[in-house]
Ligand binder design. Structure first.
Ligand SMILES: NC(=O)c1ccc[n+]([C@@H]2O[C@H](COP(=O)([O-])OP(=O)(O)OC[C@H]3O[C@@H](n4cnc5c(N)ncnc54)[C@H](O)[C@@H]3O)[C@@H](O)[C@H]2O)c1
Ligand SMILES: [Fe+2]
Length: 384
């Protein structure tokens, strides 16, 4: 067996309605006045009011920064940090999707360590400690509540990641009552993102390990069984809680067995056309799987029953083909657009996207099959 290290979030609370205990959870984690980091979407659907009510009911004073934007740029991180410094907060609550949670992670770290983003971009460059940190996802997707990663938009179309074990929060709180109002298209796209995390962790070339494998399979069972219900019957709390837990398990898997070419090819779509992260993944997923099948068909065949819900007869090629066809149909049934053309991506841009995807070396090195620029272009053409 290959040597490996497995890290994850220390405490995971999985309970519909658990938000009401947030003040006690803060105190248990030595927070007396948290900064809540969130976005205007969360405010406008009334979720922020629920969190404030729970904090007040538990006699906890707090401050908030509610102006995170999707794919947060550097300036947003620094603004949130200024608010924390002004409020003298001794802990951070990240409340929202990946964008709010990633901002909260960085603020908690930079507030205590004094490091700047430029100091900490990359893997293992953060040296200091962070403030106590609680993450509460309101989408079942990124798994950011259990990853050591925070993604920042650095230029017009470029993103950079901070990867550091300090970014694992003290607590991940999974409360499905917060996700019942998530619109169908966001439920579907973020759910596919979570499925991609599990699939890419299971086929991860360098750091695949038995814990991640186990988590990926359980994640895919929960996500596949519940994604249609959660998308089309959003108020179903049981399906919503299963999606949150599935996304969390997938996050634990890919935090230790990192994602690969699906994410590498998805990032330029987000960067150039602001296509949401989950949808970008969904658009290229079947085509990357077809490309990878030569090397990864045995692993794909192993995953097929967990995604399809039943065994498929035949050799690895047959099972992998059936799995990819199943995923293509799932994307359509979820109501997600399924071609780059549908997303108004100009065909003439495909070579530029392929060249951008090659910059995601951090991800491509995990792919089960090496990807050249010509391969990336062929995948985008197939997805067009
Ligand atoms: N840290 C990681 O490990 C990791 C992994 C993957 C992606 N990411 C990053 O996460 C970000 C994407 O996160 P995301 O897909 O969760 O989307 P997001 O955080 O950008 O949120 C998308 C939209 O959904 C709204 N929303 C969220 N929850 C809602 C709810 N319950 N009801 C109604 N509206 C709601 C938000 O207000 C926002 O407008 C990107 O920046 C991506 O790079 C991070
Ligand atoms: Fe992702």
């Amino acid at each position: 067996m290959k040597p490996f290290v497995f890290n994850t979030t220390k405490s995971i609370i999985n309970e519909p309605g658990a938000l009401k205990n947030i003040a006690d959870i803060c105190r248990q984690n030595h927070i007396s006045k948290p900064l809540v980091v969130t976005d205007q979407g969360i405010v406008s659907v009334g979720l922020m009011a629920q969190l404030e009510e729970a904090l007040k009911a538990g006699d906890m004073s707090y401050d908030s920064y509610a102006d995170v934007v999707a794919d947060p740029p550097e300036a947003i991180i620094y603004k949130a940090l200024d608010v924390l410094k002004a409020g003298g907060n001794d802990g951070v609550i990240g409340f929202g999707g990946g964008s709010s949670m990633d901002t909260a992670k960085l603020v908690a770290l930079m507030a205590k360590s004094g490091e700047t983003l430029d100091d900490i971009y990359g893997v293992g460059n953060a040296k200091g400690q962070r403030l106590p940190l609680i993450l509460i996802p309101t989408t079942a997707g990124t798994g950011s509540e259990v990853t050591a990663v925070a993604i920042v938009t650095t230029g017009e179309t470029t993103k950079a990641g901070v990867v550091a074990t300090q970014l694992y929060p003290d607590v991940a709180l999974l409360d499905a009552e917060l996700t019942v109002g998530l619109p169908p298209h966001i439920t579907a796209a973020t759910g596919v993102d979570a499925m991609v995390h599990a699939i890419e962790a299971y086929t991860s070339a360098r750091l695949k390990n038995p814990y991640a494998d186990m988590l990926a399979k359980q994640a895919l069972t929960l996500l596949s069984e519940n994604i249609m219900t959660a998308t089309h019957d959003g108020k179903n709390v049981e399906a919503r809680q299963a999606m949150l837990l599935g996304a969390c398990l997938a996050g634990q898997a890919f935090a230790n067995a990192p994602v690969a070419a699906v994410h590498a090819l998805a990032y330029p779509l987000g960067g150039h056309y602001h296509i949401p992260h989950g949808l970008s993944n969904s658009l290229v997923l079947p085509y990357v799987m077809r490309f990878n099948a030569v090397e990864a068909k045995t692993l794909y065949a192993e995953l097929a029953p967990f995604i399809m819900g039943h065994a498929v007869e035949g050799d690895d090629d047959t099972v992998t083909n059936a799995l990819i066809t199943h995923i293509e149909k799932l994307i359509v049934d979820l109501g997600l657009p399924n071609t780059l053309k549908d997303m108004k991506v100009p065909e003439a841009d495909l070579p530029k996207l392929a060249s951008d995807a090659m910059k995601q070396e951090r991800l491509l090195m995990n792919n089960p099959r090496p990807v050249s620029e010509a391969d990336a272009l062929a995948i985008y053409q197939a997805a067009f």
